[in-house]
Design a protein around this ligand. Structure first.
Ligand code: IMP
Length: 190
């Protein structure tokens, strides 16, 4: 079976490619070829995830896998959520973190989750898989690795932030890897 990944992020492409069963031929948007920007105008992470995979099916009638992720902070009513990538107005990670830290300055409830929703469309039928990692928002940044909100996110049960972990450590517990594990289990069970 062939599956096209609805993403242009090289890091995601290799992570997903390495996890999928060998009998799946994994292709990119360039292989279709699809050069347009994929739509991402949903109000929630599952909606955005579905939108991207559905676009590929609707326009090219090929199987597709998409993902959409974000950070949901309880004290902020689930923000930044679907707006995680440009919360402070641009894609600048430091500005986005600064906005979160400022909004959380006096919050005592520091609970947050990273969430990924992957959408797999096979023969026109959509299946969604959610991966979550629970944690808390620290008062300042710790660590230099990773990306996005990694320096201010301390996963529950660990004494270092995502930005203090190696890629392997982070991947072993991350929201993305948990959603991906569900996709892989689904594909193997078919
Ligand atoms: P995407 O849907 O995977 O592109 O993620 C959207 C945004 O959520 C990213 O631009 C980051 O700001 C944030 N995000 C998603 N996953 C992570 C992560 O693993 N660490 C830190 N930030 C993340």
């Amino acid at each position: 079976m062939k599956i096209y990944l609805a993403s242009r992020n090289a890091h995601k492409i290799s992570e997903i490619k390495n996890a999928l069963p060998a009998d799946i031929t994994f292709l990119s948007l360039d292989d279709i070829p699809c050069e347009e920007e994929l739509p991402e105008t949903g109000e929630t992470i599952p909606e955005n995830s579905l939108q991207k995979a559905q676009y590929i099916w609707d326009n090219y009638q090929v199987n597709s896998l998409s993902d959409d992720s974000g950070l949901e902070i309880e004290a902020l009513g689930g923000k930044p959520g679907v707006h995680s990538a440009h919360y402070a107005g641009s894609r600048d990670f430091d500005q986005n973190m600064a906005k979160v830290l400022q909004e959380m300055a006096t919050a005592t409830n520091r609970k947050a989750v990273f969430k990924t929703v992957m959408t797999l469309i096979i023969a026109g039928e959509a299946h969604q898989f959610e991966g979550i990692v629970e944690g808390e928002i620290l008062h300042e940044k710790h660590g230099e690795k990773g990306f996005g909100y990694d320096p201010i996110f301390l996963p529950t049960g660990y004494d270092k932030t995502f930005a203090q972990m190696t890629t392997e450590e982070k991947n072993s517990i991350s929201h993305r890897s948990r959603a991906l594990a569900k996709v892989v289990a689904f594909l193997k069970s078919r």
